[in-house]
Design a binder for this molecule. Structure first.
Ligand code: DC
Length: 225
């Protein structure tokens, strides 16, 4: 199987690029963030307050959590929490915070590791996350570490919110992005850092199409497609 790992900080466009490339190559796109979000959703539903999310409160819940993935006709990923499709529910803003909190617990990461590896053993995958190239798929044939300047990400996010007709202040968004980057980079477990053999790609000045083309060129260069 061909495994492509795409890691990088939040908001670098990993899922957009990975989805587009997976569709084009007929690979399975695996969004591992959705799995952490599902555990975050369950944790909130179990009545654990965000400030109380830790190993003591969450580890006992894991025995009751089964996360699975299925794919629609159009190739889009659906994530199931104990058999229920939670693909929409996990996109809530508060669930991003729960996902971030549960993802710091080693037992949570271990709970999801086998599902992630299993997907990569069974299918040609493009898997996006934070530790795919470093921990989950160390033998992936191509590892990309995707990033963009905080300014570029803040600009994209501001534009996206404006397009949806929502209020958005560039400076506030930039400050939030910087704070989240710092937290992601300095955490002890699975920090968003590139694998030694990852290709580092700065997409600050790339369109989505240019970014997809750049990764496709690497796949061709390595005789993978
Ligand atoms: O990519 P995302 O925003 O959906 O990820 C949600 C959270 O899960 C985010 O805080 C980072 C964390 N995460 C992780 O620790 N490891 C992964 N492989 C994917 C996501």
């Amino acid at each position: 199987m061909i495994n492509i790992a795409i890691d990088g900080p939040s908001g670098a466009g990993k899922s957009t690029v990975a989805k587009a490339l997976a569709k084009e190559l007929h690979f399975v796109y695996v969004d591992t963030g959705a799995m952490y979000r599902s555990i975050g959703l369950y944790t909130r539903g179990a009545g654990v307050a965000l400030a109380s999310v830790n190993a003591e409160t969450v580890v006992p819940l894991l025995a009751h959590i089964t996360v699975s993935l299925a794919y629609a006709e159009d190739g889009s990923q659906h994530v199931y929490l104990n058999g229920e499709d939670v693909s929409a529910a996990i996109r809530e803003n508060e669930i991003s915070l729960y996902a971030s909190a549960v993802s710091k617990i080693p037992e949570v990461r271990a709970h999801l590791l086998s599902l992630q590896r299993e997907m990569a053993q069974k299918h040609n995958v493009i898997m996006d996350g934070r530790d795919i190239g470093t921990v989950i798929l160390p033998d992936a044939q191509l590892k990309i570490f995707l990033f963009a300047s905080a300014a570029a990400r803040a600009r994209r996010r501001t534009d996206e919110l404006h397009e949806r007709g929502q209020a958005a202040d560039y400076e506030t968004i930039l400050a939030e992005i910087n704070a989240r980057d710092e937290q992601d980079r300095t955490r002890d477990i699975a920090p968003a850092v590139p694998a030694d053999d990852a290709v580092k790609m700065d997409n600050s000045d790339m369109t989505i199409e240019e970014n997809v083309a750049a990764i496709r060129a690497l796949l061709v260069q390595r005789n993978l497609i």
